[in-house]
Design a protein around this ligand. Structure first.
Ligand code: ADP
Ligand code: MG
Length: 561
Protein backbone atom coordinates (compact mmCIF):
# COMPACT_ATOMS: atom_id res chain seq x y z
CA UNK A 1 0.00 0.00 0.00
CA UNK A 2 1.15 3.50 -0.71
CA UNK A 3 2.11 6.24 1.65
CA UNK A 4 -0.41 9.04 2.14
CA UNK A 5 0.48 12.50 3.37
CA UNK A 6 -1.86 14.48 5.61
CA UNK A 7 -1.88 17.92 7.15
CA UNK A 8 -2.11 18.41 10.87
CA UNK A 9 -5.17 20.20 12.14
CA UNK A 10 -4.48 23.90 12.83
CA UNK A 11 -4.30 23.57 16.63
CA UNK A 12 -2.10 20.52 16.35
CA UNK A 13 0.27 22.44 14.12
CA UNK A 14 0.48 25.31 16.59
CA UNK A 15 1.25 22.96 19.45
CA UNK A 16 3.89 21.17 17.45
CA UNK A 17 5.58 24.46 16.67
CA UNK A 18 5.79 25.11 20.39
CA UNK A 19 7.33 21.69 20.97
CA UNK A 20 9.88 22.04 18.20
CA UNK A 21 10.95 25.44 19.38
CA UNK A 22 10.95 24.14 22.90
CA UNK A 23 9.33 26.77 24.97
CA UNK A 24 9.33 24.19 27.69
CA UNK A 25 12.58 23.80 29.53
CA UNK A 26 12.01 20.49 31.29
CA UNK A 27 12.30 18.22 28.29
CA UNK A 28 12.61 15.03 30.34
CA UNK A 29 8.85 14.83 30.66
CA UNK A 30 8.48 13.59 27.08
CA UNK A 31 9.35 10.13 28.37
CA UNK A 32 6.79 10.32 31.11
CA UNK A 33 4.15 11.11 28.46
CA UNK A 34 5.11 8.23 26.20
CA UNK A 35 5.31 5.74 29.06
CA UNK A 36 1.97 7.00 30.34
CA UNK A 37 0.38 6.37 26.93
CA UNK A 38 1.93 2.92 26.75
CA UNK A 39 0.61 2.10 30.20
CA UNK A 40 -2.89 3.24 29.21
CA UNK A 41 -2.66 1.04 26.11
CA UNK A 42 -1.76 -2.01 28.22
CA UNK A 43 -4.64 -1.32 30.62
CA UNK A 44 -7.00 -1.11 27.68
CA UNK A 45 -5.82 -4.35 26.14
CA UNK A 46 -6.04 -6.28 29.38
CA UNK A 47 -9.63 -5.11 29.79
CA UNK A 48 -10.58 -5.79 26.20
CA UNK A 49 -9.24 -9.33 26.50
CA UNK A 50 -11.18 -9.83 29.71
CA UNK A 51 -14.43 -8.67 28.12
CA UNK A 52 -14.02 -10.51 24.85
CA UNK A 53 -12.41 -13.93 25.00
CA UNK A 54 -12.48 -14.28 21.24
CA UNK A 55 -10.10 -11.33 20.88
CA UNK A 56 -7.06 -12.55 19.01
CA UNK A 57 -4.43 -10.92 21.18
CA UNK A 58 -1.46 -12.00 23.25
CA UNK A 59 -1.74 -10.82 26.83
CA UNK A 60 0.78 -13.22 28.33
CA UNK A 61 3.56 -10.68 28.90
CA UNK A 62 2.23 -7.16 28.83
CA UNK A 63 5.03 -4.67 29.31
CA UNK A 64 6.75 -1.53 28.13
CA UNK A 65 10.17 -1.60 26.50
CA UNK A 66 12.69 1.18 26.09
CA UNK A 67 15.45 0.77 23.59
CA UNK A 68 18.42 3.01 22.92
CA UNK A 69 20.24 2.84 19.59
CA UNK A 70 23.39 4.84 20.01
CA UNK A 71 24.58 4.84 16.43
CA UNK A 72 21.24 5.77 14.94
CA UNK A 73 20.59 8.17 17.84
CA UNK A 74 17.12 6.81 18.44
CA UNK A 75 15.10 6.05 21.50
CA UNK A 76 12.13 3.70 21.13
CA UNK A 77 9.24 3.31 23.54
CA UNK A 78 7.39 0.10 22.78
CA UNK A 79 4.30 -1.51 24.28
CA UNK A 80 2.38 -4.65 23.37
CA UNK A 81 -0.96 -3.10 24.29
CA UNK A 82 -4.15 -2.28 22.45
CA UNK A 83 -2.54 -0.46 19.51
CA UNK A 84 -4.38 1.69 16.99
CA UNK A 85 -6.05 1.06 13.64
CA UNK A 86 -5.12 3.09 10.56
CA UNK A 87 -8.08 5.43 11.07
CA UNK A 88 -7.43 5.76 14.78
CA UNK A 89 -3.87 6.88 14.21
CA UNK A 90 -5.16 9.68 11.98
CA UNK A 91 -7.79 10.72 14.50
CA UNK A 92 -5.84 10.36 17.73
CA UNK A 93 -2.41 11.50 16.67
CA UNK A 94 -3.24 13.93 13.87
CA UNK A 95 -5.76 16.05 15.74
CA UNK A 96 -6.24 17.45 19.18
CA UNK A 97 -9.51 16.32 20.64
CA UNK A 98 -9.20 18.19 23.90
CA UNK A 99 -11.15 21.41 23.46
CA UNK A 100 -9.27 22.98 26.36
CA UNK A 101 -6.25 23.10 24.11
CA UNK A 102 -7.76 25.73 21.84
CA UNK A 103 -8.38 27.89 24.88
CA UNK A 104 -4.82 27.27 25.98
CA UNK A 105 -3.41 28.31 22.63
CA UNK A 106 -5.34 31.54 22.77
CA UNK A 107 -3.92 32.32 26.19
CA UNK A 108 -0.51 31.42 24.97
CA UNK A 109 -0.69 33.85 22.09
CA UNK A 110 -1.58 36.54 24.56
CA UNK A 111 1.37 35.73 26.79
CA UNK A 112 3.87 38.53 26.24
CA UNK A 113 7.18 36.87 26.88
CA UNK A 114 8.93 33.53 26.90
CA UNK A 115 8.70 33.18 30.67
CA UNK A 116 4.95 33.68 30.53
CA UNK A 117 4.74 31.16 27.74
CA UNK A 118 6.70 28.59 29.65
CA UNK A 119 4.49 29.07 32.69
CA UNK A 120 1.48 28.41 30.53
CA UNK A 121 2.77 25.47 28.62
CA UNK A 122 3.82 23.86 31.86
CA UNK A 123 0.16 23.80 32.78
CA UNK A 124 -1.11 22.02 29.73
CA UNK A 125 -0.63 18.46 28.67
CA UNK A 126 0.76 18.07 25.22
CA UNK A 127 1.01 14.30 25.54
CA UNK A 128 2.34 12.50 22.52
CA UNK A 129 3.58 15.69 20.85
CA UNK A 130 6.07 16.29 23.64
CA UNK A 131 8.31 13.81 21.81
CA UNK A 132 9.08 16.63 19.39
CA UNK A 133 10.86 18.49 22.15
CA UNK A 134 13.75 16.07 21.84
CA UNK A 135 13.30 14.53 18.39
CA UNK A 136 13.41 15.98 14.90
CA UNK A 137 11.50 13.04 13.54
CA UNK A 138 9.07 10.63 15.15
CA UNK A 139 7.92 7.30 13.76
CA UNK A 140 5.05 5.38 15.24
CA UNK A 141 4.41 1.79 14.26
CA UNK A 142 1.24 0.25 15.57
CA UNK A 143 -1.15 -2.63 15.15
CA UNK A 144 -4.47 -2.84 16.90
CA UNK A 145 -4.95 -6.03 18.91
CA UNK A 146 -7.13 -8.44 16.92
CA UNK A 147 -6.38 -6.78 13.59
CA UNK A 148 -4.07 -8.01 10.86
CA UNK A 149 -2.79 -4.85 9.33
CA UNK A 150 -0.51 -2.40 11.00
CA UNK A 151 0.13 1.31 10.38
CA UNK A 152 3.24 3.43 10.21
CA UNK A 153 2.95 7.13 11.05
CA UNK A 154 5.87 9.46 10.48
CA UNK A 155 6.33 13.16 10.96
CA UNK A 156 8.98 15.81 11.40
CA UNK A 157 6.38 17.84 13.23
CA UNK A 158 6.27 20.48 10.53
CA UNK A 159 2.77 20.66 9.17
CA UNK A 160 2.36 17.20 7.72
CA UNK A 161 2.52 13.54 8.63
CA UNK A 162 2.41 10.37 6.57
CA UNK A 163 0.44 7.19 7.04
CA UNK A 164 1.26 3.86 5.52
CA UNK A 165 -0.26 0.42 5.97
CA UNK A 166 2.27 -2.27 6.87
CA UNK A 167 2.02 -6.04 7.00
CA UNK A 168 4.52 -7.03 9.58
CA UNK A 169 3.82 -4.87 12.61
CA UNK A 170 3.83 -6.49 16.03
CA UNK A 171 0.79 -6.04 18.27
CA UNK A 172 0.82 -2.74 20.15
CA UNK A 173 2.66 0.47 19.49
CA UNK A 174 6.26 1.53 19.22
CA UNK A 175 7.28 5.15 19.10
CA UNK A 176 10.75 5.84 17.77
CA UNK A 177 12.29 9.22 18.41
CA UNK A 178 15.09 10.31 16.13
CA UNK A 179 16.87 12.41 18.68
CA UNK A 180 18.04 15.91 17.85
CA UNK A 181 21.82 16.30 17.56
CA UNK A 182 23.57 16.10 20.92
CA UNK A 183 24.32 19.42 22.55
CA UNK A 184 27.96 19.17 23.68
CA UNK A 185 27.33 21.89 26.25
CA UNK A 186 24.41 20.16 27.78
CA UNK A 187 24.95 16.56 28.78
CA UNK A 188 21.76 16.76 30.81
CA UNK A 189 19.71 16.31 27.69
CA UNK A 190 21.45 13.25 26.36
CA UNK A 191 18.69 10.71 25.94
CA UNK A 192 21.01 8.04 24.63
CA UNK A 193 22.44 7.77 28.12
CA UNK A 194 21.30 4.65 29.95
CA UNK A 195 21.80 6.39 33.26
CA UNK A 196 19.63 9.30 32.14
CA UNK A 197 16.79 7.08 30.95
CA UNK A 198 16.84 5.07 34.17
CA UNK A 199 16.75 8.23 36.20
CA UNK A 200 13.78 9.69 34.31
CA UNK A 201 11.73 6.51 34.58
CA UNK A 202 12.44 6.26 38.28
CA UNK A 203 11.47 9.86 38.83
CA UNK A 204 8.32 10.06 36.76
CA UNK A 205 7.02 6.57 36.13
CA UNK A 206 8.01 4.40 39.06
CA UNK A 207 4.41 3.61 40.06
CA UNK A 208 3.36 2.48 36.56
CA UNK A 209 1.75 -0.91 37.15
CA UNK A 210 3.38 -2.56 34.11
CA UNK A 211 7.07 -3.39 33.90
CA UNK A 212 9.14 -0.78 32.09
CA UNK A 213 12.14 -2.67 30.73
CA UNK A 214 15.31 -1.36 29.25
CA UNK A 215 16.57 -3.57 26.43
CA UNK A 216 19.33 -3.51 23.85
CA UNK A 217 22.81 -2.23 23.75
CA UNK A 218 25.16 -0.15 25.76
CA UNK A 219 24.35 3.50 26.21
CA UNK A 220 26.53 6.45 25.34
CA UNK A 221 27.72 6.56 28.91
CA UNK A 222 29.08 3.04 28.56
CA UNK A 223 26.56 1.56 30.91
CA UNK A 224 25.06 -1.71 29.70
CA UNK A 225 21.31 -1.75 29.19
CA UNK A 226 19.42 -4.63 30.79
CA UNK A 227 16.97 -6.45 30.06
CA UNK A 228 16.12 -4.87 33.35
CA UNK A 229 12.93 -3.60 34.93
CA UNK A 230 13.36 0.05 35.85
CA UNK A 231 10.22 0.75 37.86
CA UNK A 232 9.17 -0.66 41.21
CA UNK A 233 5.49 -0.90 40.14
CA UNK A 234 4.46 -0.29 43.70
CA UNK A 235 0.89 0.88 44.05
CA UNK A 236 1.28 4.16 45.91
CA UNK A 237 -2.24 3.93 47.30
CA UNK A 238 -1.41 0.72 49.11
CA UNK A 239 1.57 2.23 50.89
CA UNK A 240 1.47 4.32 54.01
CA UNK A 241 1.80 8.03 53.63
CA UNK A 242 5.18 8.18 55.34
CA UNK A 243 6.71 5.86 52.76
CA UNK A 244 5.73 7.98 49.79
CA UNK A 245 7.09 11.37 48.87
CA UNK A 246 4.90 14.26 47.85
CA UNK A 247 6.62 14.21 44.47
CA UNK A 248 5.70 10.57 43.85
CA UNK A 249 2.08 11.32 44.62
CA UNK A 250 2.15 14.23 42.23
CA UNK A 251 3.58 12.14 39.40
CA UNK A 252 0.81 9.61 39.86
CA UNK A 253 -1.69 12.44 39.75
CA UNK A 254 -0.26 13.74 36.50
CA UNK A 255 -0.50 10.29 34.94
CA UNK A 256 -4.08 9.52 35.91
CA UNK A 257 -5.33 13.09 35.77
CA UNK A 258 -3.73 13.85 32.40
CA UNK A 259 -2.72 17.11 34.00
CA UNK A 260 0.69 18.75 33.97
CA UNK A 261 0.09 20.80 37.06
CA UNK A 262 0.49 19.81 40.69
CA UNK A 263 -2.67 18.83 42.52
CA UNK A 264 -4.03 21.12 45.22
CA UNK A 265 -4.63 18.35 47.72
CA UNK A 266 -3.79 14.67 48.16
CA UNK A 267 -6.21 12.54 50.16
CA UNK A 268 -5.54 9.01 51.25
CA UNK A 269 -7.91 6.47 52.75
CA UNK A 270 -7.28 2.85 53.65
CA UNK A 271 -10.39 0.99 54.73
CA UNK A 272 -9.98 -2.30 56.47
CA UNK A 273 -12.50 -4.91 57.62
CA UNK A 274 -15.00 -6.95 55.66
CA UNK A 275 -14.86 -4.76 52.57
CA UNK A 276 -11.30 -3.71 52.15
CA UNK A 277 -10.17 -0.94 49.83
CA UNK A 278 -7.60 1.79 49.40
CA UNK A 279 -8.19 5.17 47.90
CA UNK A 280 -5.82 7.87 46.78
CA UNK A 281 -7.70 10.97 45.75
CA UNK A 282 -6.54 14.29 44.38
CA UNK A 283 -8.16 17.68 44.18
CA UNK A 284 -6.77 19.41 41.07
CA UNK A 285 -5.54 22.97 41.37
CA UNK A 286 -7.66 24.17 38.45
CA UNK A 287 -11.21 23.46 37.38
CA UNK A 288 -11.36 21.88 33.94
CA UNK A 289 -13.09 24.05 31.37
CA UNK A 290 -15.82 21.48 30.73
CA UNK A 291 -16.77 20.82 34.33
CA UNK A 292 -20.35 21.91 33.71
CA UNK A 293 -20.81 20.07 30.45
CA UNK A 294 -23.51 17.44 30.48
CA UNK A 295 -21.11 14.61 29.68
CA UNK A 296 -18.20 15.65 31.87
CA UNK A 297 -16.34 12.51 32.86
CA UNK A 298 -15.63 11.72 36.47
CA UNK A 299 -12.01 11.44 37.44
CA UNK A 300 -11.78 8.22 39.44
CA UNK A 301 -10.17 5.01 38.31
CA UNK A 302 -11.32 1.73 39.77
CA UNK A 303 -8.82 -1.03 40.41
CA UNK A 304 -9.53 -4.46 41.80
CA UNK A 305 -6.59 -6.03 43.63
CA UNK A 306 -4.08 -3.79 41.83
CA UNK A 307 -5.59 -4.42 38.41
CA UNK A 308 -7.01 -1.49 36.50
CA UNK A 309 -10.73 -2.01 35.83
CA UNK A 310 -12.21 1.26 34.59
CA UNK A 311 -11.79 4.98 34.12
CA UNK A 312 -14.37 7.67 34.93
CA UNK A 313 -15.95 5.55 37.62
CA UNK A 314 -18.97 7.68 38.51
CA UNK A 315 -20.35 5.33 41.16
CA UNK A 316 -17.58 6.13 43.64
CA UNK A 317 -18.34 9.78 44.32
CA UNK A 318 -21.42 11.95 43.97
CA UNK A 319 -21.71 14.17 40.95
CA UNK A 320 -20.86 17.33 42.87
CA UNK A 321 -17.40 15.86 43.52
CA UNK A 322 -16.85 14.94 39.88
CA UNK A 323 -13.69 17.05 39.74
CA UNK A 324 -11.85 14.75 42.17
CA UNK A 325 -9.27 12.52 40.47
CA UNK A 326 -7.63 9.40 41.76
CA UNK A 327 -7.57 5.68 42.27
CA UNK A 328 -9.80 3.42 44.29
CA UNK A 329 -8.57 -0.14 44.67
CA UNK A 330 -11.09 -2.63 46.08
CA UNK A 331 -10.04 -6.07 47.26
CA UNK A 332 -13.32 -7.92 47.05
CA UNK A 333 -14.93 -7.00 43.76
CA UNK A 334 -15.07 -9.21 40.71
CA UNK A 335 -12.68 -8.33 37.90
CA UNK A 336 -15.70 -8.46 35.61
CA UNK A 337 -17.62 -5.83 37.50
CA UNK A 338 -19.63 -3.52 35.22
CA UNK A 339 -20.84 0.04 35.65
CA UNK A 340 -24.41 -1.18 36.04
CA UNK A 341 -23.46 -3.55 38.83
CA UNK A 342 -21.46 -0.85 40.57
CA UNK A 343 -24.45 1.47 40.62
CA UNK A 344 -26.45 -1.07 42.59
CA UNK A 345 -23.78 -2.57 44.81
CA UNK A 346 -24.29 -2.04 48.52
CA UNK A 347 -20.58 -1.99 49.29
CA UNK A 348 -19.96 0.58 46.59
CA UNK A 349 -22.62 2.79 48.10
CA UNK A 350 -20.95 2.53 51.50
CA UNK A 351 -17.65 3.33 49.88
CA UNK A 352 -19.14 6.37 48.18
CA UNK A 353 -20.48 7.65 51.49
CA UNK A 354 -17.15 7.21 53.20
CA UNK A 355 -15.13 8.78 50.38
CA UNK A 356 -17.52 11.73 50.23
CA UNK A 357 -17.09 12.38 53.94
CA UNK A 358 -13.35 12.07 53.61
CA UNK A 359 -13.19 14.64 50.81
CA UNK A 360 -15.44 17.06 52.67
CA UNK A 361 -13.35 16.64 55.81
CA UNK A 362 -10.22 17.49 53.91
CA UNK A 363 -11.85 20.62 52.48
CA UNK A 364 -12.79 21.51 56.02
CA UNK A 365 -9.23 21.18 57.24
CA UNK A 366 -7.98 23.17 54.27
CA UNK A 367 -10.37 25.86 55.39
CA UNK A 368 -9.13 25.94 58.96
CA UNK A 369 -5.44 25.29 58.32
CA UNK A 370 -4.60 26.93 55.03
CA UNK A 371 -6.87 29.81 54.10
CA UNK A 372 -5.10 30.54 50.87
CA UNK A 373 -5.41 26.98 49.63
CA UNK A 374 -9.05 26.94 50.61
CA UNK A 375 -9.59 30.20 48.71
CA UNK A 376 -8.14 28.58 45.58
CA UNK A 377 -10.30 25.53 46.11
CA UNK A 378 -13.40 27.59 46.54
CA UNK A 379 -12.71 29.77 43.53
CA UNK A 380 -12.23 26.72 41.32
CA UNK A 381 -14.80 24.31 42.70
CA UNK A 382 -17.23 26.21 44.91
CA UNK A 383 -19.89 26.41 42.24
CA UNK A 384 -19.92 22.68 41.66
CA UNK A 385 -19.69 21.76 45.35
CA UNK A 386 -22.83 23.79 46.06
CA UNK A 387 -24.81 21.41 43.86
CA UNK A 388 -24.46 19.03 46.78
CA UNK A 389 -26.52 21.33 48.98
CA UNK A 390 -29.45 20.38 46.78
CA UNK A 391 -28.65 16.80 45.83
CA UNK A 392 -27.12 15.43 49.02
CA UNK A 393 -29.23 16.31 52.07
CA UNK A 394 -27.28 13.80 54.21
CA UNK A 395 -24.13 15.85 53.89
CA UNK A 396 -25.80 19.22 53.84
CA UNK A 397 -24.34 20.34 57.16
CA UNK A 398 -20.84 19.31 56.21
CA UNK A 399 -21.24 21.13 52.90
CA UNK A 400 -22.65 24.29 54.48
CA UNK A 401 -19.70 24.30 56.86
CA UNK A 402 -17.25 24.62 53.96
CA UNK A 403 -19.34 26.90 51.78
CA UNK A 404 -18.43 30.56 51.69
CA UNK A 405 -19.79 33.68 50.06
CA UNK A 406 -18.92 37.05 48.77
CA UNK A 407 -20.57 39.67 50.90
CA UNK A 408 -21.34 43.37 51.03
CA UNK A 409 -19.02 43.62 54.02
CA UNK A 410 -15.38 43.00 53.39
CA UNK A 411 -13.98 43.48 49.93
CA UNK A 412 -12.66 40.23 48.58
CA UNK A 413 -12.75 37.92 51.54
CA UNK A 414 -15.58 35.43 51.62
CA UNK A 415 -17.60 34.53 54.71
CA UNK A 416 -19.21 31.36 55.90
CA UNK A 417 -22.77 31.27 57.19
CA UNK A 418 -21.37 30.77 60.66
CA UNK A 419 -19.32 33.96 60.40
CA UNK A 420 -22.31 35.83 59.03
CA UNK A 421 -24.55 34.73 61.89
CA UNK A 422 -21.90 35.48 64.50
CA UNK A 423 -21.67 39.09 63.42
CA UNK A 424 -25.38 39.65 62.89
CA UNK A 425 -26.43 42.66 64.99
CA UNK A 426 -29.14 42.29 67.64
CA UNK A 427 -32.55 42.58 66.12
CA UNK A 428 -31.61 40.95 62.81
CA UNK A 429 -33.25 37.54 62.60
CA UNK A 430 -32.66 36.46 59.03
CA UNK A 431 -29.73 35.82 56.74
CA UNK A 432 -30.05 38.01 53.67
CA UNK A 433 -28.76 37.21 50.24
CA UNK A 434 -29.14 38.45 46.72
CA UNK A 435 -28.68 36.42 43.57
CA UNK A 436 -27.73 37.57 40.12
CA UNK A 437 -25.42 37.09 37.24
CA UNK A 438 -22.55 39.20 38.41
CA UNK A 439 -21.37 41.18 41.35
CA UNK A 440 -21.82 44.43 39.42
CA UNK A 441 -25.39 43.70 38.47
CA UNK A 442 -26.43 42.88 42.02
CA UNK A 443 -24.48 45.67 43.61
CA UNK A 444 -26.48 48.17 41.62
CA UNK A 445 -29.79 46.42 42.19
CA UNK A 446 -32.51 48.66 43.71
CA UNK A 447 -33.26 45.82 46.14
CA UNK A 448 -30.01 46.58 47.86
CA UNK A 449 -30.72 50.20 48.68
CA UNK A 450 -32.41 49.81 52.02
CA UNK A 451 -29.85 47.22 53.10
CA UNK A 452 -26.97 49.43 52.20
CA UNK A 453 -28.60 52.38 53.91
CA UNK A 454 -29.02 50.44 57.13
CA UNK A 455 -25.66 48.68 56.91
CA UNK A 456 -27.26 45.25 56.84
CA UNK A 457 -24.87 42.62 55.46
CA UNK A 458 -26.08 40.82 52.34
CA UNK A 459 -24.49 37.73 50.80
CA UNK A 460 -23.80 38.14 47.12
CA UNK A 461 -24.55 34.95 45.20
CA UNK A 462 -23.63 34.81 41.55
CA UNK A 463 -23.51 31.13 40.60
CA UNK A 464 -26.54 29.71 38.79
CA UNK A 465 -26.85 26.96 41.39
CA UNK A 466 -27.24 29.54 44.18
CA UNK A 467 -30.88 30.05 43.36
CA UNK A 468 -31.64 26.42 43.81
CA UNK A 469 -29.76 25.56 46.94
CA UNK A 470 -30.78 28.65 48.88
CA UNK A 471 -34.41 27.65 48.45
CA UNK A 472 -33.74 23.99 49.16
CA UNK A 473 -31.74 24.68 52.31
CA UNK A 474 -34.12 27.38 53.62
CA UNK A 475 -32.39 28.04 56.93
CA UNK A 476 -29.15 27.82 58.83
CA UNK A 477 -29.06 27.32 62.60
CA UNK A 478 -32.64 28.48 62.93
CA UNK A 479 -32.09 31.61 60.85
CA UNK A 480 -34.07 31.90 57.66
CA UNK A 481 -32.22 32.40 54.41
CA UNK A 482 -34.02 35.22 52.69
CA UNK A 483 -33.62 36.68 49.26
CA UNK A 484 -33.69 40.48 49.35
CA UNK A 485 -35.63 40.33 46.10
CA UNK A 486 -38.51 38.26 47.44
CA UNK A 487 -41.63 39.06 49.48
CA UNK A 488 -41.97 41.86 51.98
CA UNK A 489 -38.95 42.49 54.05
CA UNK A 490 -39.15 44.38 57.31
CA UNK A 491 -35.74 45.72 58.18
CA UNK A 492 -37.09 47.38 61.34
CA UNK A 493 -37.46 51.06 62.03
CA UNK A 494 -34.85 53.71 61.33
CA UNK A 495 -34.73 57.11 62.94
CA UNK A 496 -36.02 58.94 59.96
CA UNK A 497 -38.60 56.29 59.08
CA UNK A 498 -42.15 57.42 58.93
CA UNK A 499 -44.51 56.58 61.75
CA UNK A 500 -47.47 54.24 61.41
CA UNK A 501 -49.80 57.27 61.08
CA UNK A 502 -47.72 58.86 58.42
CA UNK A 503 -47.65 55.64 56.50
CA UNK A 504 -51.41 55.37 56.55
CA UNK A 505 -51.74 58.93 55.36
CA UNK A 506 -49.27 58.22 52.63
CA UNK A 507 -51.16 55.11 51.57
CA UNK A 508 -54.32 57.16 51.23
CA UNK A 509 -52.58 59.89 49.32
CA UNK A 510 -51.13 57.43 46.84
CA UNK A 511 -54.18 55.16 46.57
CA UNK A 512 -55.24 56.76 43.30
CA UNK A 513 -51.82 56.48 41.70
CA UNK A 514 -51.35 52.88 42.83
CA UNK A 515 -54.77 51.93 41.50
CA UNK A 516 -53.96 53.51 38.16
CA UNK A 517 -50.61 51.74 37.96
CA UNK A 518 -52.20 48.44 38.91
CA UNK A 519 -54.60 48.82 36.00
CA UNK A 520 -51.93 49.79 33.51
CA UNK A 521 -49.62 46.99 34.55
CA UNK A 522 -52.29 44.35 35.02
CA UNK A 523 -50.73 42.03 32.45
CA UNK A 524 -47.27 42.23 33.94
CA UNK A 525 -47.43 42.39 37.72
CA UNK A 526 -49.53 40.92 40.51
CA UNK A 527 -49.53 43.92 42.77
CA UNK A 528 -48.29 47.49 43.14
CA UNK A 529 -47.43 48.68 46.63
CA UNK A 530 -45.60 51.45 48.44
CA UNK A 531 -42.12 50.39 49.41
CA UNK A 532 -39.86 50.98 52.38
CA UNK A 533 -36.95 49.25 50.75
CA UNK A 534 -35.90 51.98 48.34
CA UNK A 535 -33.89 55.07 49.09
CA UNK A 536 -32.88 56.28 45.64
CA UNK A 537 -34.69 54.35 42.95
CA UNK A 538 -38.33 55.28 42.36
CA UNK A 539 -39.54 51.69 41.93
CA UNK A 540 -38.41 48.08 41.89
CA UNK A 541 -39.76 44.67 40.95
CA UNK A 542 -40.26 42.24 43.80
CA UNK A 543 -40.92 38.54 43.47
CA UNK A 544 -43.44 36.72 45.61
CA UNK A 545 -41.78 34.71 48.33
CA UNK A 546 -42.73 31.55 46.47
CA UNK A 547 -41.94 32.66 42.96
CA UNK A 548 -38.92 31.75 40.93
CA UNK A 549 -36.36 34.49 41.04
CA UNK A 550 -35.39 36.05 37.71
CA UNK A 551 -32.03 34.29 37.57
CA UNK A 552 -33.63 30.94 38.25
CA UNK A 553 -36.16 31.57 35.54
CA UNK A 554 -33.25 32.18 33.21
CA UNK A 555 -31.53 29.03 34.33
CA UNK A 556 -34.59 26.86 33.76
CA UNK A 557 -35.08 28.50 30.41
CA UNK A 558 -31.44 27.77 29.53
CA UNK A 559 -32.00 24.15 30.53
CA UNK A 560 -34.92 24.06 28.12
CA UNK A 561 -37.67 23.71 30.70
P1 ADP B 1 -3.83 11.65 26.19
O1 ADP B 1 -2.95 10.52 26.65
O2 ADP B 1 -3.98 12.69 27.25
O3 ADP B 1 -5.14 11.18 25.65
P2 ADP B 1 -1.85 11.94 24.14
O4 ADP B 1 -1.47 13.04 23.22
O5 ADP B 1 -0.78 11.46 25.07
O6 ADP B 1 -3.10 12.42 24.98
O7 ADP B 1 -2.36 10.72 23.29
C1 ADP B 1 -3.43 10.88 22.39
C2 ADP B 1 -4.14 9.59 22.13
O8 ADP B 1 -3.38 8.75 21.26
C3 ADP B 1 -4.37 8.73 23.37
O9 ADP B 1 -5.55 9.11 24.04
C4 ADP B 1 -4.49 7.33 22.76
O10 ADP B 1 -5.82 7.10 22.32
C5 ADP B 1 -3.58 7.39 21.57
N1 ADP B 1 -2.29 6.79 21.90
C6 ADP B 1 -1.16 7.45 22.21
N2 ADP B 1 -0.16 6.57 22.47
C7 ADP B 1 -0.69 5.35 22.36
C8 ADP B 1 -0.18 4.00 22.53
N3 ADP B 1 1.09 3.76 22.90
N4 ADP B 1 -1.02 2.96 22.28
C9 ADP B 1 -2.30 3.19 21.92
N5 ADP B 1 -2.83 4.41 21.77
C10 ADP B 1 -2.04 5.48 21.97
MG1 MG C 1 -0.97 10.77 27.11
Amino acid sequence: MSTETFEFQVEARQLLQLMIHSVYSNKDVFLRELVSNASDALDKLRLAALRDDTLDADVSDLHIELQIDRDARTLTVRDNGIGMSYDEVGQLIGTIANSGTAEFLRELQEAQDAAGAEGLIGQFGVGFYSGFMVADEVTLLTRRAGERQGTRWTSRGEGTYTLEAVDDAPQGTSVTLHLKPADPDNQLHDYTSVWKIKEIVKRYSDFITWPVRLVGETGDDGEAAGPETLNSMKALWARSREEVSEEEYHELYKHIGHDWREPLETIQLQAEGTFEYQALLFVPSHAPHDLFNQNFRHGLQLYVKRVFIMDDCEALLPSYLRFVKGVVDAQDLSLNVSREILQQDRHIRMMQRRLTKKVLASVKSMMTEDTERYATFWREFGAVLKEGLVTDPDNRDALLAVTSFATTKGDDATVTLRQYVERMPDGQDDIYYITGESRESIDSSPHMEAFRERGVEVLLLTDPVDEVWADAVGEYEGKRLRSVAKGEIDLGAREDDRSEDEREQQAEAYAGLLGWMRERLEEDVKEVRLSTRLTVSPACLVADANDLTPALENMYRAMGQ
